[in-house]
Design a binder for this molecule. Structure first.
Ligand code: IPE
Ligand code: IPE
Ligand code: MG
Length: 226
C-alpha cells in the first residue's frame, strides 16, 4: 500500500466524548492523550516518517482558564511519563508553535525532550502547542522583513516556518466530524489530501487509522498536472 510520508492530525472531539458520558471535558482530554500515544506507536510501527499532531491552538486560549490549565498539566504529565517509551520507539520529538505564553515548566520540558531525542532516527513527531498557522506565517514574515524582497522564494519563505525541515503533509486527518482546518498548517496543506471522520478522537483506533491510510492510497494526486 502507498503510505503517506507525512500525516497530520487534528485531534478533535475530546470534549464531546466526555459530555456524552456525563464526564467532565478533562476526562475526554485524558482519553485523547491515550489515543495520541497509540497513534504514535502505530505510525512508528508502520514506518510513517513524519507525524504532526495538533494539541493546542492559538485560539484555544478562549476556553475557560481551568480547561486550559488542565490541558497544559496533562500534556506535561504525559510527556514526562512517556519519555522512556518515546526513546524505545526511537522517536524524534519537536514542538511547533509559540512558547512565550506557555507555563515555564512545560517550556523547559519541551526543550529537554527535543534535546534528548534530536539524534533519533525513527518517526519524526511534531507536536503543535499554542500553534496557529496565521501566527506562524506572521512570525516568519517578521523575520524575513530584513532580507531583500527579490531573494524571497517559496523555498526561502519556508525556511522561516516552524516545519521547515519536514515535507508537506500528504494526508490530513480530522476526527470529531467538523470539516474545517481551524488554523492548522495553512501554508503546507496546499496539496494535502483531506480525510474527515465523525469518530471522536478518544474513539479513534487502529482500524480507523488504517481506513484513513487506505483511503489515502486510493486517491489520485495530480498537483495541478494531468
Ligand atoms: C480537541 O478536543 C482537543 C483540543 C482542542 C485541545 P475538543 O476539546 O475540541 O473537543 P470538542 O470539539 O469540544 O468535542
Ligand atoms: C482544533 O480543534 C484544535 C485542536 C484540535 C488542538 P478546535 O476544537 O479548537 O476547533 P474548532 O474551534 O472547532 O474550530
Ligand atoms: Mg473541538
Amino acid at each position: 500500500m502507498k503510505l503517506p510520508r507525512h500525516v497530520a492530525i487534528i485531534m478533535d472531539g475530546n470534549g464531546r466524548w466526555a459530555l456524552k458520558r456525563g464526564l467532565p471535558r478533562v476526562a475526554g482530554h485524558y482519553r485523547g492523550a491515550q489515543t495520541a500515544e497509540k497513534v504514535v506507536e502505530l505510525a512508528s510501527r508502520w514506518g510513517i516518517e513524519y507525524l504532526t499532531l495538533y494539541a493546542f491552538s492559538t485560539e484555544n486560549w478562549r476556553r475557560p482558564k481551568e480547561e486550559v490549565e488542565a490541558l497544559f498539566s496533562l500534556l506535561e504529565e504525559y510527556l514526562k511519563s512517556k519519555r522512556r517509551k518515546l526513546e524505545e520507539l526511537n522517536v524524534r520529538v519537536r514542538f511547533i508553535g509559540r512558547r512565550d505564553r506557555l507555563p515555564k515548566s512545560l517550556v523547559e520540558l519541551m526543550k529537554q525532550i527535543e534535546q534528548e531525542s534530536k539524534d533519533r532516527t525513527g518517526l519524526k513527531l511534531y507536536l503543535a502547542v499554542d500553534y496557529g498557522a496565521r501566527d506562524e506565517i506572521l512570525r516568519a514574515v517578521r523575520k524575513l522583513l530584513e532580507s531583500p524582497p527579490e531573494l524571497l522564494t517559496e523555498e526561502s519563505f519556508r525556511s522561516y516556518l516552524d516545519l521547515n525541515d519536514a515535507p508537506d503533509p500528504d494526508l490530513l486527518i480530522r476526527t470529531g466530524g467538523e470539516q474545517r482546518l481551524s488554523n492548522f498548517l495553512l501554508w503546507y496543506l496546499a496539496y494535502t489530501e483531506l480525510y474527515f471522520t465523525e469518530t471522536l478522537w478518544p474513539d479513534f483506533n487502529e482500524e480507523e487509522f488504517k481506513r484513513a491510510l487506505e483511503e489515502f492510497a486510493s486517491r489520485e494526486r495530480r498537483f495541478g498536472g494531468i
